[in-house]
Design a protein around this ligand. Structure first.
Ligand code: SDX
Length: 429
């Protein structure tokens, strides 16, 4: 039974227990079930389809209408008007920076982008053909072995220094994972470039000639970083929160987030979309592919979302960015982009996808843009991780700064063997 302030559960033949209803600024109310264990039972929600794991002020998503706000600002406006470091400041601090605050923040970040020289040796421990995500999990986790001066998670200044170090260094770590894979010498970051320009420089410059950044591509990449910066309590952010709830240091928590993002159902989907487009090959093969999707032999990667039951607002912006980049590079007839648009059109008109509310998500077009910029498929998810680092560390900071924080420790429904006694080896059949 519900009135507008509480839900009453009747159980055990007539016992009643009230659960207060909590209201947020936007979005669904929640039922506060923290006292539910008094019933002698647990709630059951594998995959957390109906569970709010925390209270947060960082990002809001309305999956029914396809809205995404960072600290209340619509993603469409930030993608158009802001830049990635300004969006980082907003996610971390809750407000857009003044001109002075922005200049100071940009300066701070761009002066933390080098990594300890000994960390370069860590790359040599990996095979050259190691997936760059494996390298990123290892090297980001190893940062905690180098920055002992900012590991007191209860010190706000240490938290801020760690956040700045992570945002600044993850692009360097990602670019160096690419260069190590290619057998190229590492290229040092350049403080005179913007965050996205510097990433392209670290990825593609060579010591043999001056590297000229294409400003259109850098702007597109900066927008891609903004689109991937945060997304509420997704799987990898929830991983960072759970790891952080034990008091683990921020570098180890972000490494855990990178590990979770790697999965093809999450951040690994952009890489999977490109592989899917390669497998389909041409528009003629789409009907057969769609039959396989409906027979559930494979999924249409880059489609569907746990929260968005309408178009992912990021997908629409990504599609426009894709168009811009392909035109800039004279690739507007890019066969992969044409195949992706044909696939999207067919899916959006197909009853199977309509009744399941499956729409393109952020990963559907991002791989095509990144590919056009010259970024190899194996680097797509590292770029997603690079951009999401600010979201992860913002949620980590919000949680650690909350004095009511408790270690995350869910329970279970046990359906295993009942109690039984040990049987000696000689007596087993
Ligand atoms: C990201 O959470 C976030 O916010 C994540 C993210 C972020 O910014 O952090 O937005 C980034 O991870 C985007 C999602 C990228 N993943 C993919 O593109 C992989 C393909 N998508 C699916 O794996 C799936 O849609 C999920 C994992 C994204 C969501 O899965 P859900 O919410 O658990 O939905 P479901 O599996 O219960 O699907 C409901 C139905 C099922 O069919 P029925 O059993 O009802 O017949 O829809 C079907 C599913 O089989 N379905 C798909 C499908 N996705 C769901 N069928 C074909 N192709 C798909 N892509």
């Amino acid at each position: 039974m519900e009135n507008n302030r509480k839900v009453t559960l009747t159980y055990n033949d007539g016992q009643n227990l009230d659960f207060p209803i909590m209201e947020g600024t936007l979005g669904p109310n929640v039922v506060d079930i923290r006292s539910f264990a008094k019933t002698g039972m647990f709630t059951f929600d594998p995959g957390f389809l109906a569970t709010a794991s925390c209270e947060s002020k960082i990002t809001f998503i309305d999956g029914d209408v396809g809205q995404l706000y960072y600290r209340g600002y619509p993603i469409e406006q930030l993608a158009e008007e802001s830049d990635f470091l300004e969006s980082c400041y907003l996610l971390l601090n809750g407000e857009l920076p003044t001109a002075e605050q922005k200049a100071e923040f940009d300066r701070k970040i761009m002066r933390h982008n080098m990594i300890h020289d000994q960390l370069q040796n860590l790359y040599k421990g990996f095979r050259r053909d190691a997936h760059p995500m494996a390298v990123m999990v290892g090297v980001v986790g190893a940062l905690s072995a180098f920055y002992h001066d900012s590991l007191d998670i209860n010190d706000p200044h240490h938290r801020e220094v760690s956040a700045h170090r992570l945002i600044a260094k993850v692009p360097t770590i990602a670019a160096q994972a690419y260069r190590y894979n290619k057998g190229l010498p590492f290229s040092y970051p350049r403080n005179d470039l913007t965050y996205a320009e510097n990433f392209l420089h670290m990825m593609f410059s060579t010591p043999c000639e001056e590297y000229k950044v294409n400003k259109v591509l850098a702007r597109a990449l900066d927008r891609i970083f903004i689109l991937h910066a945060d997304h509420e309590q997704n799987a990898s952010t929830s991983t960072v929160r759970l790891a952080g709830s034990s008091g683990a240091n921020p570098f180890a928590c972000i490494a855990a987030g990178i590990a979770c993002l790697w999965g093809p159902s999450h951040g690994g989907a952009n890489e999977a979309v490109l592989k899917m487009l390669d497998e389909i090959g041409s528009v003629e093969n789409v009907p057969a592919f769609m039959e396989g999707v409906k027979a559930k032999t494979h999924k249409l990667m880059g489609f569907g979302h746990r929260v968005y039951k309408n178009m992912d607002p990021r997908a629409a912006i990504m599609k426009r960015t894709c168009d811009e980049v392909l035109n800039e590079l004279g690739l507007h007839n890019d066969p992969k982009f044409k195949l992706a648009m044909a696939l999207e059109k067919i899916a959006l008109e197909d009853e199977y996808f309509i009744e399941r509310k499956l729409y393109p998500n952020v990963d559907f077009y991002s791989g095509i843009v990144l590919s056009a910029i010259g970024i190899p498929v194996s680097m797509f998810t590292p770029i997603f991780a690079l951009a999401r680092t600010v979201g992860w560390i913002s949620h980590w900071t919000e949680m650690i700064a909350d004095p009511t924080m408790k270690i995350g420790r869910p329970r279970q429904l046990y359906t295993g063997a009942p109690r039984r006694d040990y049987v000696a080896l000689a007596d087993r059949k």
